[in-house]
Design a protein around this ligand. Structure first.
Ligand code: GLU
Length: 400
């Protein structure tokens, strides 16, 4: 339709949101559907954080705030960066946004000119390429595969950098693969960026606290302090603190970039929700012990899902270091026939078949730029996961 902007023709609706909505729709229509689509913890926001939000309403903290966050929340974020990442930021280095997704969006809108390139390792989180395209930039994909543990190498990164490169997006632990870079692996990447003074790092650290087997998390600006003035270190309360609906994401970075992001935000949302900001202060400054307990719970689920999926004929599932996703290969299912005679040609066919035949919603790998795979979010109870993996097995066994 001529009325809609050309830029919209370059992007698609978010596939993770689409799968989640489809599963909800089917359930509302009375179908027995297990949703393993959404990357959303099943844990509840902890009580004292909820209480802080309720108190904020009662106290009348219901007005506009400073465009990119209250001073109290910025201070809490500075403390968080010091405590968890040994990074020194001041208030002026902090931007608070309506969810991590919004932080990425603001940063790309604030920095990309037509033709600017953004290096995105595959498999990637679904929204990086589309946000890049919407901002007028060009995504440049660097392919990691199951054989490289879903991680790119320094040589691959070096080869992808051109004079037009503006950003490299690093997401460790990764959505969708759960892969996380060790200190040495991250250092190899930051060494490459160091050689190219025009390239900035966008560090999406949203899964920082969801790591397993004593894995040590490292963010790029911590690994290479010389890159701190060209790194945007992004995080948020959604995944770690089970606060997806509150919509608070944030980033620490150089003042000039933070100011540019504030300009974008002042012309769009004005400010993140005042009540959510108060709750985020409580989350970031309150006791942090339960984050480890929840990660331990996720680890049990990861182990169960990895073992059950590896027991399914035609699927092969590596063990990820973090996040709450597994990204099994379904290469051996391609070419097989469903009981009603349809040939499975793509990973979209696999996810459609799983949904239609056994009511399990997963996200097809093509959405994350690496096929044939699909993503399972195991941020749900062990009982539900057991039932879901059993159904996946049944469906795959029925293929011929
Ligand atoms: N990040 C989550 C996911 O990948 C939430 C949905 C979204 O925004 O993509 O499922």
């Amino acid at each position: 339709m001529a009325f809609i902007a050309d830029a919209l023709g370059r992007i698609k609706p978010s596939p993770t949101i689409a799968v989640t909505s489809k599963a909800a729709e089917l359930r509302a229509a009375g179908k027995d559907v297990i949703g393993l689509g959404a990357g959303e913890p099943d844990f509840d926001t902890i009580d004292y954080v909820k209480e802080a939000g309720i108190k904020a309403i009662r106290d009348g903290q219901t007005k506009y705030t400073a465009a990119d966050g209250t001073p109290e929340l910025k201070d809490a974020i500075c403390q968080k960066f010091k405590r968890d990442n040994d990074l020194d930021y001041k208030r002026e280095n902090i931007s608070v946004n309506c969810g991590g997704k919004h932080t990425i969006f603001n940063a790309l809108i604030a920095t990309l000119n037509p033709g600017d390139e953004v290096i995105i390792p595959t498999p990637y989180w679904v929204s990086y390429p589309d946000m890049t395209l919407l901002a007028g930039g060009t995504p440049v994909f660097v392919e990691a595969t199951i054989d490289t543990g879903f991680k790119i190498t320094a040589a691959q990164l070096d080869a992808a950098i051109t004079p037009k490169t503006k950003w490299i997006i690093l997401n460790s632990p990764s959505n969708p693969s759960g892969a996380a870079y060790t200190y040495d692996e991250m250092k190899a990447l930051t060494d490459v960026v160091l050689k190219h003074p025009h390239v900035w790092i966008f560090a999406d650290d949203i899964y920082e606290h969801i790591i397993y087997d004593n894995f040590k998390f490292h963010t790029p600006a911590q690994v290479e302090p010389k890159l701190k003035d060209r790194t945007l270190t992004m995080n948020g309360v959604a995944k770690a603190y089970a606060m997806t609906g509150w919509r608070i994401g944030f980033a620490g970075g150089p003042v000039e970039l933070i100011n540019a992001m504030r300009k974008v935000q002042s012309q769009s949302t004005s400010n993140p929700c005042s009540i959510s900001q108060v709750a985020a202060v409580a989350a970031l400054t309150g006791p942090q012990g339960y984050l480890k307990e929840r990660a331990a719970e996720f680890q049990k689920r990861r182990d169960m899902v990895v073992s059950m999926i590896n027991d399914v004929p035609g699927l092969s599932c590596p063990t990820p270091e973090g996040a709450f996703y597994v990204y099994p290969s379904c290469a051996e299912l391609i070419g097989k026939k469903t009981p009603d005679g349809k040939v499975i040609e793509t990973d979209l066919d696999v996810s459609t078949y799983l949904l239609e035949s056994v009511g399990v919603a997963v996200v097809h790998g093509e959405a994350f730029g690496l096929s044939p795979h699909f993503r399972i979010s195991y941020a749900t109870s062990e009982d539900v996961l057991k039932e879901a993996c059993g159904r996946i097995k049944k469906a795959c066994e029925a293929l011929s």
